[in-house]
Design a protein around this ligand. Structure first.
Ligand code: CU
Length: 69
């Protein structure tokens, strides 16, 4: 059974569609992730999914080249 949860990060340096694509691609690869929403204006990344691993999500955002503030 799926238990959907949501985690939101404030991420520095999100400024354009390239940033959105890079972060979405990396974070989508994390197990359990169902949906990734990157907001350029709010500079936030919202992740929805099943049994989300906070450390893995932070690592994926870092891997994409962005820093969580
Ligand atoms: Cu960009």
């Amino acid at each position: 059974m799926m238990t959907m949860s949501e985690i939101r990060y404030s991420v520095q340096g999100i400024s354009c569609g390239h940033c959105v694509n890079a972060i979405t691609a990396e974070v989508s690869d994390v197990p359990g992730v169902v949906e990734v929403e990157v907001d350029v204006n709010a500079k936030s990344v919202t992740v929805r999914g099943d049994e989300l691993d906070d450390a893995a999500l932070r690592a994926a955002i870092d891997e994409a080249g962005y820093q969580i503030s």
